[in-house]
Design a protein around this ligand. Structure first.
Ligand code: C2E
Ligand code: MG
Ligand code: MG
Length: 645
């Protein structure tokens, strides 16, 4: 039997929809009358009164001003029927706020069964259990059909006012909760589903798609240069731009040709936050369809947007990831579409890209660093730390190595080895290296002027810099400008760079020597340079690579290489520094081998300028101590990079 719907004369407000189930015809008739009475005036005061009590609102409006509430009741005669009605209402997006269920509806399923099925279909429905029996324990059903505060009880025989009051009160509660949920799940600026809501929608779509072996495409949309517009025109202009962009995105998706394929609705668009949106395209037949959607989005945003007196053109960058190939869960698909967007943006604005496996987090990090590295000099994000070197015979400070540090406002401090490589690949190392040299010279000059005995400052030179034909001239110029005598600066060039172009190295080292700086070969030992080759080079010092020093105690082979390098430097009459000395035993071994000097965490981490200065003042005060006392002193007292706040 088809459920009968009884509609009442329309009031000033749309009728309150209630759903009722009872197996007794007489009671159904009673409901029909309760919800069907034309003149509800008599109830209104009572309802108002109840609202006041329930929601703490004043009933000040008075009888006359109260709006007239009418009902539209759908009345069913069995549990199965009422469950079907709820399912249909939810599917059509028009759920029932309040459902009255008879507790006992023989034969077959009863009210408790219906309540739990309804709860599965519609978690928000207010369910009222009606019973003539006093043996029903509300807590019992509430426990099975959570949440308990969405289950109410009504004792039969009921009074018509009571039923109506209940319907109205529960409806108000339902509506208030929906409003709060809207605030929680929708973005207030654009009205689009927010991140949370979009993600749960995506998860649902993926589950359905997975079950039916359908692909879902996810488009990650990010406006290019939004931040700049926001910064230059102000936040309200930025907000307006986002609103207009959201509206255009919605139109673009709605206007995508149907042609039997899925036609995404506005519900498939969401705002993740800021200037980032996603579009979910379920049941997608082809990659072409996904890229066509991306094209439509790009075209829709292409027309200038009017913001006050300004006409602005925004382009979006779009990344596309398609399930199941690019991910079967929402988080993975989102992540991969985000990566694809990022790569697309890097290649040029206003374009789209499909995700592919080469787009890894590592590759993205590199791209990000590269982007941020440009301009880091202008933003003064670089600094130098100074790691001291000590003579192992006397314990005296012999110099400092200047080590580059980069602190980005968002990325924090970026490991030097990570960004140096990028700086080399992009050529950015040339201006950065020049800055390092200039800064180290200025620092040396300042310490000289203060009479602080720093020995020398070594500056690392990258291969790219060293291979520049005018590098020696640059060094001469920078030194000249700083007013520092060249002998206070040492340049470190790694062994592998020297070996890459030996003819040039020989010439360049000679020119640098002529400028007056001293020269060290860094990370020595790993390139296996021969003694014979070294003879031709104008080199003042070798730096034994840290890898040999760390293995002094465990690897016989490394120990022999380290002592061979030390001996070789003695034979050539040049200095030697052991890098990366971390333990007392390593130091003792190096002393035994008569290694000239050492550098490492045992003595000191690289220090910020102020701490290096503290060390310099202490060194100046400790000149009279014995060698071991001096080294112990330094090892114990040097402020370390790691302990700096
Ligand atoms: P490097 O020139 O061999 O510098 C020594 C590195 O070893 C520094 O790492 C230093 O902090 C670290 N170190 C020193 N003592 C110890 C120790 O006892 N144990 C351990 N585990 N490590 C120690 P950092 O500062 O991370 O620099 C790494 C590399 O980056 C440098 O190796 C150098 O090749 C390069 N670099 C640093 N600054 C510059 C620069 O201004 N220009 C260029 N081109 N390269 C630079
Ligand atoms: Mg070095
Ligand atoms: Mg080194």
């Amino acid at each position: 039997m088809k459920p009968k719907s009884s509609t009442v004369k329309p009031g000033t407000e749309s009728p309150l929809r209630v759903l009722v189930a009872d197996d007794e015809p007489a009671i159904r008739e009673a409901y029909r009358q309760v919800f069907g009475e034309a003149d509800l005036r008599a109830d209104l005061d009572a309802i108002q009164d109840l609202r006041a009590k329930l929601f703490n609102k004043t009933a000040a409006t008075g009888g006359g001003a109260v709006r007239r509430r009418t009902f539209e009741a759908m009345i069913c005669s069995s549990a199965a029927e009422v469950v079907a009605a709820v399912g249909e209402a939810v599917a059509t997006g028009n759920p029932y706020p309040v459902v009255f269920l008879d507790m006992r509806m023989p034969p077959g399923e009863d009210g408790a069964w219906a309540a739990s099925r309804i709860r599965d279909l519609d978690p928000d429905a207010e369910i009222v259990i009606c019973t003539a029996y006093s043996d029903v324990d509300p807590a019992n059903i509430g426990g099975h059909v959570p949440p308990q505060d969405k289950i109410s009880f009504l004792q039969k025989p009921f009074h018509p006012h009571e039923v109506r009051q209940m319907a109205v009160a529960l409806y108000s509660k339902w509506r208030a909760e929906r409003h709060i949920a809207r605030l929680a799940y929708f973005d207030s600026l654009t009205g689009l589903p927010n991140r949370e809501h979009s993600m749960s929608r995506l998860e649902t779509v993926l589950q359905l798609g997975g079950a039916s072996k359908q692909s879902t495409a996810l488009l990650y949309i990010d406006l290019d240069n939004f931040k700049r517009i926001n910064d230059t025109l102000g936040h309200s202009a930025g907000d307006e731009l986002l609103k207009q962009s959201a509206a255009r995105l919605r139109e673009a998706l709605e206007s995508l040709a149907g042609g039997g394929a899925h036609r995404p609705g506005a519900g498939d668009l969401g705002r993740l936050g800021g200037d980032e949106f996603i579009a979910i395209l379920p049941e997608l037949a082809t990659r072409e369809a996904a890229s066509a959607a991306a094209d439509a989005i790009i075209i829709a945003l292409q027309h200038p947007v009017k913001l006050g007196h300004h006409e602005i053109v925004v382009t979006p960058s779009v990344g596309i990831a398609i399930s199941p190939d690019d991910g079967t869960d929402a988080a993975t698909l989102l992540h991969n579409s985000d990566l694809a967007m990022y790569f697309s943006k890097r290649r040029g604005h206003g374009a789209w890209a499909f995700y592919d496996a080469t787009m890894s987090d590592g590759a993205l990090r590199r791209l990000t660093l590269e982007g941020k590295l440009r301009g880091a000099l202008d933003r003064q994000e670089f600094g130098l730390h100074y790691q001291p070197q000590f003579e192992l015979v006397s314990g005296a400070l012999s110099g400092f190595e200047a080590l580059l540090r980069w602190t980005h406002p968002e990325l924090g401090s970026v490991p030097v080895l990570e960004f140096i490589e990028i700086a080399e690949d992009t050529g950015l190392i040339v201006p950065i290296g020049e800055w390092v040299l200039r800064t180290a010279c200025a620092q040396a000059r300042q310490w000289r002027d203060q009479g602080l005995p720093f020995g020398r400052i070594s500056v690392n030179v990258s291969g790219t810099q060293f291979l520049q034909r005018d590098f020696p001239e640059l060094v001469a110029r920078v030194l000249h400008e700083s007013g520092l005598e060249p002998k206070w600066i040492e340049l470190e060039i790694t062994e592998t760079v020297v070996m890459r172009d030996e003819a040039w190295a020989e010439k360049a080292l000679a020119s640098l020597r002529a400028v007056g700086v001293t020269l060290a070969i860094d990370d020595f030992g790993i390139g296996y340079s021969s003694l014979g080759r070294l003879r031709h080079l104008a080199v003042d010092r070798l730096k034994v690579d840290r890898s040999f020093v760390s293995n002094l105690e465990s690897e016989v082979r490394d120990r022999s290489i380290a002592s061979a390098i030390i001996k070789m430097s003695r034979t050539l009459g040049i200095g030697v520094v052991a890098e990366g000395v971390e333990t007392f035993n390593q130091m003792l071994y190096l002393q035994e081998q008569e290694c000239e000097s050492a550098q490492g965490y045992l003595f000191s981490r690289p220090l910020p300028t102020a701490d290096a200065e503290v060390l310099l003042r202490r060194v100046a005060a400790n000149v009279d101590l014995s060698r071991t006392e001096r080294l112990r002193h330094l090892a114990a007292e040097t402020p370390s990079e790691a302990t700096k706040g």
